[in-house]
Design a protein around this ligand. Structure first.
Ligand SMILES: C[S@@+](CC[C@H](N)C(=O)[O-])C[C@H]1O[C@@H](n2cnc3c(N)ncnc32)[C@H](O)[C@@H]1O
Length: 204
């Protein structure tokens, strides 16, 4: 018998609860023509469940580093959504997993400030490799403009991040867009989100 871990015992992100609806309102439009979405760094899986529930035309593929998989799987086991796949191991610095279907959209939230700069480079290189020719990429999180914070709270958050790990840090949008461009991904929209975050949307 499947051993179901109670939801209350699993990692939970209040930030995910707060941002999932504003993010969904953009994905409804940006992923309207997409079929197969790969989510990089799914974390608790709260986003995966919410977006698969509301974007029923999509096949949603969650992923994360190996250490995150047990809790991620445990949350998803509570939801029987036909369009939500079993999570796969994906560390952007390793070979990306071979998926049954060609990915035509990639989503990642709150990951680019957690990854070191070489890992952010690996993220875009990986997107380039797995993404269909007409594909798109949407990333959510805090970003800077030419080294300037968009709020005092983001500066405090960045200081805290760097104390945890000096390789972490809020990235400049200019660096992210030039990196994406090297992989034939072009910034189409940069949308202000609640709590001083942004959503960036790239297409081929
Ligand atoms: C702050 S959490 C965000 C989780 C979730 N997307 C959210 O918005 O709550 C950062 C995520 O980045 C993932 N991550 C960090 N380094 C990674 C790497 N090298 N490859 C893939 N994912 C990575 C972590 O495993 C974690 O799930």
């Amino acid at each position: 018998m499947l051993n179901i871990v109670p939801l209350a015992q699993l990692p939970f992100s209040q930030a995910c609860e707060n941002n999932k609806q504003p993010i969904l309102s953009l994905l409804i439009e940006w992923f309207a023509q997409s079929n197969h979405v790969l989510e990089v760094g799914s974390g608790t899986g709260q986003h995966s469940v919410h977006f698969a529930t509301h974007l029923t035309h999509l096949h949603w593929q969650p992923s994360d580093q190996l250490a995150y998989l047990p809790n991620l799987k445990a949350r998803l086991a509570h939801f029987s959504l036909r369009n939500l796949a079993d999570p796969v191991v994906l560390d952007v610095s390793q070979s990306w997993p071979k998926l049954a279907s060609q990915v035509d959209a990639i989503f990642s939230a709150n990951t680019l400030h957690i990854m070191s700069k070489p890992l952010v480079e690996a993220f875009f290189a990986g997107c380039d490799q797995v993404l269909a020719n007409e594909g798109c990429v949407a990333v959510y999180g805090p970003f800077n403009y030419v080294g300037q914070y968009t709020s005092a709270s983001n500066q405090q958050f960045d200081d805290w991040l760097k104390q945890q790990n000096p390789h972490c840090g809020i990235r400049d949008i200019e660096w992210i867009t030039s990196l994406a461009k090297q992989h034939d991904l072009h910034l189409q929209q940069d949308v202000a989100m609640p709590a001083n975050n942004r959503m960036l949307y790239f297409t081929r």
